[in-house]
Design a protein around this ligand. Structure first.
Ligand code: ZN
Length: 132
């Protein structure tokens, strides 16, 4: 079964914790695998600890990691979002998490974070649940 939900991001670079929305898609599956995917080229998914300060740090890294590469060649075709494309490709647009006893089998500090790098936009998050 494949489901999806949307996230409206509010700024160019932002981090949204989507763990609860993903968990809400499991629909009674006790054991299996959840594959979470964003069909975008300028957003990605991370598994990370989550708190307000760490979200600030992630935004700072996303905005500055590729600073030495500016200006990007992609701008020649009037596309200002090369950095977002590259970071999305490097950090990944899908993750797989086991489902055990009806819950995502995440570690104590693990959360599923959507990283927006070219917002504000409406982002789709697809969740495929494979039952064992
Ligand atoms: Zn582009």
């Amino acid at each position: 079964m494949v489901k999806f939900f949307t996230v409206n991001t509010e700024s160019k670079t932002a981090v949204h914790n989507v763990t609860t929305q993903v968990s809400d898609q499991l629909e009674g599956v006790r054991d299996g695998l959840a594959v979470i995917y964003v069909p975008h080229t300028t957003a990605s998914l991370l598994i990370c600890e989550d708190d307000a300060e760490l979200r600030e740090d992630i935004v700072c890294v996303a905005e500055n990691l590729l600073q030495d590469c500016r200006p990007f060649a992609h701008i020649k075709k009037n596309n200002p979002n090369a950095e977002a494309h590259i970071l999305s490709a490097f950090s990944g647009t899908s993750i797989a998490i086991p489902i055990a006893d009806g819950k995502l089998d995440l570690g104590t500090y693990q959360n599923i974070l959507l990283l927006e790098m070219d917002g504000p936009k409406e982002r789709k998050v697809r969740v495929s649940v494979l039952e064992k």
